[in-house]
Design a protein around this ligand. Structure first.
Ligand code: GLU
Length: 381
């Protein structure tokens, strides 16, 4: 359990996903990247890391940079033009981040995701593992949608929701949406001077939804409606989310110094939310039968290793949700398999050092990692 889950201080977070909107980073008029703003943001990110926080960036701006570079004036752009603009702009965006982060000796790693990567089980678990590995090596993942290959139907289209999916994927405890508005208002602040900013939200009620829809640009990309959709994803994953004004220099440092921001506070921790998602919401695709020693190891909080497995039932892919049973057929819990059923069958009963010889590649040591395992109450008795 994260003791800081309900805090409204950015400093309380341990793993932060920071989403940066195009309008902050890119000068719409000439498509240039605002280097001073970026340098100040990156100084804030470096300060977070010095406090021991892990940081992932989700940045927009590829299309805004690329369209100017290619001289595409049409509004709105056609899909193929957007994709060409994204391809042109992303490399420039990545360069700018690399340069800015290098000034603090921080390594940046570009990760382009499509909606499929968060929906499809196998790709999801791969993306999650890659991001975790990058964090372990101290790199800062720089994430954007893979606009160049995504077609309209499978596009996120907006990075607010992409950032929330990433936060859920890596079990982040904090999602920061740096935006051109400083928070959620109870009425449209442009039209209504008495509109009040809501500093804290604990539940997304129909009333809150009505407030978002009433904001100028509410339904547009990056509008308040997509921000609430992001909040819903984040809260369900046990992740706090804050909407804050990104315009000033050092926008992250500012969050803890102002009350003009909106925090969304979840009811559960990311770990608890992930486990209840694994335990409850997935249709299991097969089963793994474990011996008594493995059952005891699981009950004491360990991962499931192939050595303790006696049989595999069903046909499932890597990343699938499966049931874990003991020798008497009692369901101990559910988890996400790090191997397909076919590969899992080949490594049953094998020691960690034998996995590579059996499969011809070096996969994970665990068949189900303990973070991906939700044991039923009483399964340990
Ligand atoms: N992926 C788009 C880009 O980088 C941005 C989408 C958004 O701003 O929400 O240009």
């Amino acid at each position: 359990m994260s003791p800081h889950r309900t805090s409204t201080s950015l400093g309380a977070g341990r793993r932060l996903v920071v989403k940066i909107g195009s309008a902050l980073l890119v000068d719409e008029a000439d498509g240039t990247i605002r280097r001073d703003w970026l340098a100040a943001l990156v100084a804030d990110l470096a300060a977070c890391r010095n406090l021991g926080q892990e940081v992932l960036i989700v940045s927009s701006g590829a299309i805004a940079v690329g369209r100017q570079h290619l001289g595409l004036d049409r509004r709105p752009l056609h899909l193929d033009e957007k994709q060409a603009a994204a391809a042109t702009g992303m490399i420039r965006l990545a360069h700018a981040y690399q340069e800015a982060l290098a000034a603090h000796s921080i390594t940046v790693a570009q990760v382009l995701l499509t909606l499929d990567d968060s929906e499809d089980r196998r790709r999801y678990i791969n993306a999650r593992n890659t991001l975790a590995t990058l964090l372990r090596f101290g790199a800062v993942p720089l994430i954007n949608e893979n606009d160049t290959v995504a077609t309209d139907e499978i596009r996120f289209g907006d990075n607010d929701r992409l950032a929330a999916r990433v936060a859920a994927m890596v079990s982040a405890d904090t999602l920061v949406l740096l935006s051109d508005i400083d928070g959620l208002y109870d009425a449209d602040p442009h039209a209504n001077p008495t509109a009040r900013l809501i500093p804290e939200v604990h539940e997304i009620t129909p009333e809150i939804e009505a407030m978002a829809a009433g904001t100028a640009g509410g339904y547009g990309t990056g509008g308040m409606v997509t921000k609430l959709a992001a909040a819903r994803i984040a809260l369900a994953a046990g992740c706090r989310m804050v909407i804050a004004d990104g315009h000033p220099l050092h926008p992250l440092a500012r969050i803890d110094q102002t009350t003009r921001r909106t925090w969304f506070i979840p009811a559960a921790s990311p770990q608890a939310a992930r486990k209840s998602w694994i335990a409850g919401t997935l249709a299991p695709a097969g089963s793994i039968i474990v011996d008594a020693g493995a059952a005891r190891a699981l009950a004491s909080g360990k991962s499931l290793l192939p050595a303790g497995v006696t049989a595999i039932e069903g046909d499932f892919g890597k990343g699938a949700a499966i049931v874990v049973k003991d020798g008497r057929g009692r369901e101990l819990g559910r988890g996400l398999s790090a191997y397909s059923a076919a590969d899992a069958r080949r490594i049953i009963g094998k020691k960690t050092g034998e996995i590579e010889d059996c499969l011809g590649y070096r996969g994970r040591d665990e068949l189900i990692h303990r973070d991906d395992l939700a044991l039923h109450q009483g399964a340990s008795e």
